[in-house]
Every structure is written in C-alpha cells, then in structure tokens.
Design a protein around this ligand. Structure first.
Ligand code: SAH
Length: 217
C-alpha cells in the first residue's frame, strides 16, 4: 500500500464515515479515486488534508467532506444523467462518473478545463464530457438531468438549471446569504423536484468560490 493509498483510506474513515457520510457507494468511490492526481504537483503531500486546496486561476478543489456531502445528497444509483457546474480540477467529475451513467461538466476557465481533461484521461473516466463556458445557464438542449451539482456559490438556485432538472431529480447548490450578508458564507442546499414543486433542504453551512455568470454573480 502506498502512502497515498493509506492516506485515502484514512480520509474515508476519519473525515467522511465518522462525520456522517453513510452512502456506501460514495465512500467506495472516494476510497478509489486518487485525489493526489487532481491537485497541483507541489501540493500532492496535502492531497488528503481536511481542507480545500488551491488549483490555480484563484480556484480550489473542495474539501473532501464537502465533496462527499454533495455526492451523498444527489443520491445517485448509477443510472443518472448528471450535469456539473464548476469542473475545477476534475476530481468531483471523476467521482460523479463512477456514481452515475453519464456526466456533462462545465468550467468557465479554459486552463482549468484543460488540466481536468488530462486528469480525467489518466483516471480513465470515459463517461464524462467537458465543456468550457458559463454553466449557470446549463445545457438546455441536453437536459433534463436526473442530478445537477453546482460547485460555486450562487445568489439563488439558478432558474435555468432548475428548469433542466427532471421530475424526481436532485440539485445541490451552495446558496449565498442575502445581499449584504455574503461574507457570512453559504448554505449547501438540496432541491428535489416533484412535478412542478421543488422541495428545498439545507445540508450544511459552507464556503465556495462565486458562480460567475448570467445566473450567478
Ligand atoms: N469541483 C471542483 C471544484 C470546483 S471550484 C473540483 O473538484 O476540483 C468551482 C469552480 O467553478 C471553479 O473552477 C470556477 O472557475 C468554476 N465556475 C465558477 N462560475 C462558473 C460558471 N458560471 N460556469 C462554469 N464554471 C464556473
């Protein structure tokens, strides 16, 4: 077992299982995907730290627990078509690829998207499609999606994305506090569609980089 394998196993037990992540498919996927392949070379030693890490272009790869909380809330069974906004390093994209049938992931920084494409090639993630652009509007002609993961903080759940959420579908998005209270951080929020109704559940307080775009900031 390499040091990275041991650190990954320990992350799953200490940071995830002991802190309430119980979806066995999520725990299995996070125990299998080499997070060290998605962080910059000079930060590899910190790959399994209980923290977000810089990945360039002023962006971060999210803390493992937050990634797990998003994945668990999406309640994936393996058959879903998934839309992800904010590819970043490609780490969460790779996990979504293992947990669902097909993933479309959008990143607005082309340099990050290029890096993610390389990381995902190394990890042999073949059911993921990367796009560069403003993901806050989604991809209307490719929807509806059974699950949507937004990895950047929005002022409100983006209406365009909600419109692309299938009946029974789940969307997770960090929602910022009201104007003037943005500094207090965000609430990771689950929205579940039941026909025309949307059920909203707060998962946890959190801090994300802002969603920049038509339906973001
Ligand atoms: N899921 C990533 C972490 C992403 S951080 C990982 O596992 O590494 C959030 C990302 O959202 C950043 O890379 C940022 O550039 C991107 N982003 C912000 N606004 C966006 C938008 N409107 N469309 C697409 N990507 C966006």
């Amino acid at each position: 077992m390499s040091d990275f394998d041991a650190a990954r196993a320990q992350m799953v037990e200490k940071q995830l299982r002991e802190r309430g992540i119980e979806d066995e498919r999520v725990l299995e996927a996070m125990g299998a995907v080499p997070r060290e392949n998605f962080v910059p070379e000079r930060r590899r030693e910190l790959a399994y730290a209980d923290a977000a890490l810089p990945i360039g272009s002023e962006q971060t790869i999210s803390q493992p627990w937050i990634v797990a909380a998003i994945l668990q809330a999406l309640d994936l069974q393996g058959t879903e078509r998934v839309l992800e906004i904010g590819t970043g390093s490609g780490y969460s994209t790779c996990l979504l690829g293992r947990l669902a049938d097909h993933v479309i992931s959008i990143e607005r920084h082309s340099s990050l998207a290029r890096g993610a494409a390389e990381h995902l090639r190394v990890c042999e993630a073949h059911n993921v499609e990367l796009m560069v652009g403003d993901g806050s509007r989604g991809v209307p002609d490719r929807g509806p999606f059974d699950a949507i993961a937004v990895h950047a903080a929005a002022p409100a759940p983006p209406p365009a994305l909600l419109a692309q959420l299938a009946d029974g579908g789940r969307m997770v998005v960090p929602v910022a506090g009201p104007a003037g209270h943005e500094a207090e951080g965000e609430t990771l929020t689950l929205l579940r569609r039941h026909g025309a109704e949307l059920e909203s559940t707060a998962i946890t307080p959190c801090r994300f980089v802002p969603l920049i775009g038509a339906e973001g900031f």
